[in-house]
Write a protein that binds this ligand. Sequence first.
Ligand SMILES: Nc1ncnc2c1ncn2[C@@H]1O[C@H](COP(=O)(O)OP(=O)(O)OP(=O)(O)O)[C@@H](O)[C@H]1O
Ligand SMILES: [Mg+2]
Length: 453
Amino acid sequence: MADTGDNVNLSRARICIDFGTALSKASICLDPTLPLEVGVKPLSIGAVSRAQHGLLTPSVLFVDAGRIFFGPLALEYAQRGAAQGRDPLLSFKTVLGAKDANVILAQKMRPSVDPTGTLTYRDALVLYLAYLDQLIREAISVTAGMPPGASEVRRRYTSPAWRMGSGPDPVFEAIFNEAAAISQRLGRLFLSTEGISIAQCKDALDKARQLPGNGRLETGVFEPHAAAAASMAFSTSPTNFVLVFDIGAGTTDVAAFEFDERSNPPALSEIKEARQCSGLAGDEIDRILIELYFRKRGGDQSQTEEQRVLRMFKLNARELKQQLFAHGKIILRTGWNTTTIKLSDLTEDPQFVEYKSALGRIIAASLAPVVHRAETVGAQVIDVVLAGGGSHLPFLPDLVRNAAGHSPRSVPLRVSPLSPTSKLYEGVDPSLGGAFPQIAMSVGGALVEMMPA
Ligand SMILES: Nc1ncnc2c1ncn2[C@@H]1O[C@H](COP(=O)(O)OP(=O)(O)OP(=O)(O)O)[C@@H](O)[C@H]1O
Ligand SMILES: [Mg+2]
């Protein structure tokens, strides 16, 4: 079967959306039996939304002057709105991961996010997914080799909760169906720089509730399972044991898998004792950094100007943290105030020291059952795969090795960030390889065959 052209059979195709706390990603798998280079592609939704990175688009929504903005534009407006005490909606992930999602979804958004008091979290989620659908459609239309109909294939989403093997979740199925109707109704308006009026959004939301579309939702995929699938698919020297440590913005997910190639197709089974989900992720470092900045800066945080500075710093904290780790220092100027933060200020901060030890304890607790199982079957090596944006944190590999507290006679660990060994990304942009630990969940989620419940 050809990989391009009009006669491609898309019956096995699916798109996987990784709706991250900080960044959304999406990949398409045309057919899991095709070679990786033609079978699976990350979609350049960040290029379509004009974000910093071609494959990553910020998961943000902002309400301004009766209009709703999404993605990078929302961030831009939020920077301007900081002076008026306005916040963007930065994290939907808490909603997706919540035990009782329905209760949170039904709540109205905070007035600092939606001063019109119109939208519930569910409305925001539906609108954001409709926006994402438009980004995906546009990205597919500009990706070489995409067969006609590729935008209409089934959809999956990665989930921090365990929902595999059970088919689509009815709550999210309804949300995807309404988002599909809104995406169709408002179409490319989502891609305009003008934003969309709240009245138009509200009207589209009401109509979508009465007459939902077809969101084609197939299933949720457990995030670490998706990461492990990507790791195994792209590895040139696969092992039988993989511990995935996905440190994102909102959550750190840990899970371990045993790969058994004696069965056909080879089976990926989970070592359930290793599974953990923790809030100790990138945003927690940002929080510590924000506190550190305000301690160093001094000033009265109850003052209006200080509130504005705080809002601005919060909006830029991810970027500032990345600069601090990359360059060892950041210098912040606001009016007459200049504050310098050195990397050692952060790494010696008692809260950060405790953060690192807590992460170390999490790693140790997950490693123990994997090492035990690997020793039992006489495995040669355990892969510890670092995924998510936090995999760039320079202290992480040593933290894993130290947490293992390994006896020299035990099974050796191979610790490394998830990386593609194929040429998958070269055609897009050579610099995109560095984003692999972040896009791997959508790639793996699109590729993976579902694990039995
Ligand atoms: N070079 C870097 N150094 C340090 N942190 C980084 C770097 N690059 C990205 N990050 C951090 O990684 C996080 C984003 O990673 P990722 O895209 O995996 O998160 P997410 O999928 O949106 O979040 P989650 O999975 O928790 O919902 C942010 O906290 C960001 O600041
Ligand atoms: Mg993530």
